[in-house]
Design a protein around this ligand. Structure first.
Ligand SMILES: CC(C)(COP(=O)(O)OP(=O)(O)OC[C@H]1O[C@@H](n2cnc3c(N)ncnc32)[C@H](O)[C@@H]1OP(=O)(O)O)[C@@H](O)C(=O)NCCC(=O)NCCS
Length: 394
């Protein structure tokens, strides 16, 4: 068993482990992973329960306001999200047309920042105002990602249809066709599973930015930037790219992928490479979100085949490294089954996580303390400035 990292007290300071491993930095009522790393709770409910049963609107209401909605509340949150989805400023679409084809996470960072320039100059810390802007951002961020992607690749984009259900409409704008009910529900379920996850790196980033009393749009732009990295949200793309590479090699060798995956993983491990879609800072035994995602993978195109491959990969990784899979392995496959372009996988993570980011931002700013740790300086001291001709004399 690996040794647990420990905190040390040095005078008035607490020295915490690198990467803040096992450090609790604050309390939250939004969501949490239990200390054994086995269950994730959304405002009292397990993530499996909400991921399997709740609609996007219900889960967003739960995460933002603390309880599942009753009739009027459900109508209201749906009315607002759907209406805001149709109100992305036309100038933002014009601005997106100027951007080059790049990773679409940049469109989100750009779009959140653009919206902030519209709405944030008169920023207020009044709860009604904050919740209203959270709903606007939750509704509009997916439109921005999808439009940015299609404008860059096809020169045109799919406009939102506020008369349609949020998840269905967002999936339609991404894939450019009307999804079936099961496709829309599978997609919706992943948005719910991604919605929140304690103090992960991007949420912590959002809280740090919020703690300076910056606006929600700026904080979410920072959250998207943090999520973009391959050790966080970017893993769903990398996991699917890895599976496709394995499938290509398996085809060349004339071996079924569900057999070849073992050799592929072992070779990668021997080269000390990480297997994307495996491992987690908190879940050391099992990521419960994979169970819900697996049920939907089974119902989509080639579901049986992909599940066989994933189960085999899990078996190998557990035998070799005692490392479990994480949600990104499953959503990677699920988005592939839906025909979504791989670079859009991490933006979809952001389309769900923006709900959690908003809830954490509001929780932070309404009970604020500037987050500002200190450091242990280990560089040189006592140097004196010298003019360039003196300091660079050979
Ligand atoms: C998520 C992740 C960053 C967790 O990191 P962490 O808690 O800091 O754990 P570490 O990266 O320090 O890993 C601990 C050990 O397990 C190994 N390990 C962790 N994840 C691994 C993976 N996916 N493949 C192979 N080995 C892995 C590390 O190499 C390390 O081994 P060592 O002690 O021999 O050096 C890490 O598991 C990872 O990089 N996974 C792949 C990316 C991914 O899927 N991210 C999505 C997370 S939801």
């Amino acid at each position: 068993m690996a040794q647990q990292p420990e905190c040390k007290v040095e005078g008035n300071y607490i020295v915490v482990p690198k990467g803040l491993v096992n450090v609790i930095v604050d309390e939250t009522k939004v969501s949490g992973v239990d200390p054994k790393g086995e269950a994730t709770i959304y405002r009292g409910y397990t993530i499996e329960d909400i991921g399997e049963h709740a609609t996007f609107y219900e889960a967003a209401h739960l995460i933002l306001y603390g309880q599942l909605p009753c009739d009027d509340e459900l109508k209201e949150i749906k009315r607002k999200i759907d209406a805001y989805r149709g109100q992305v400023p036309e100038k933002l679409f014009d601005a997106l047309k100027l951007l080059p084809p790049t990773h679409p996470m940049y469109y989100g960072i750009f779009g959140a920042s653009f919206l902030g320039q519209y709405y944030a100059p008169e920023w207020k810390f009044d709860p009604d105002f904050l919740y209203d802007h959270a709903l606007r951002l939750i509704a509009q961020l997916p439109v921005i990602f999808a439009a940015g992607w299609h404008l860059a690749h096809n020169g045109t984009f799919y406009r939102p249809d506020p008369s349609k259900d949020h998840a269905w409409d967002v999936l339609r704008m991404i894939v450019g066709r009307e999804p079936s009910d099961i496709e829309a529900r599978a997609f919706e379920s992943t948005l719910v599973l991604y919605m929140d996850h304690g103090f992960n790196a991007s949420t912590f980033t959002v809280r740090v930015i919020g703690s300076t009393l910056s606006d929600l749009y700026s904080a979410v732009a920072g959250g998207i930037a943090a999520l973009k990295g391959p050790l966080h949200g970017g893993a769903n793309e990398k996991a699917m790219e890895m599976l496709l590479e394995a499938r290509r090699i398996a085809e060349e060798k004339g071996v079924p992928l569900e057999e070849y995956i073992e050799e592929y993983i072992k070779e990668k491990l021997a080269r000390k490479e990480k297997i994307m879609g495996f491992g987690h800072r908190i879940y050391k035994i099992h990521d419960p979100r994979t169970d819900v995602a697996a049920k939907y993978v089974a119902k989509l195109k080639d579901g049986e085949f992909w599940l066989k491959v994933l189960k085999k990969a899990e078996e190998v990784m557990w035998k070799e490294k005692k490392i479990p899979s994480n949600i990104d392995l499953y959503t990677g496959v699920l988005y592939y089954q839906l025909g979504i372009p791989i670079p859009m996988y991490t933006p979809i993570f952001a389309m769900g996580r923006v709900v959690g980011w908003s809830a954490h931002y509001i929780e932070q700013v309404l009970n604020n303390k500037l987050i500002r740790p200190t450091e242990k300086y280990t560089g040189p001291v006592g140097l004196k400035y010298q003019p360039i001709e003196v300091r660079c004399k050979r």
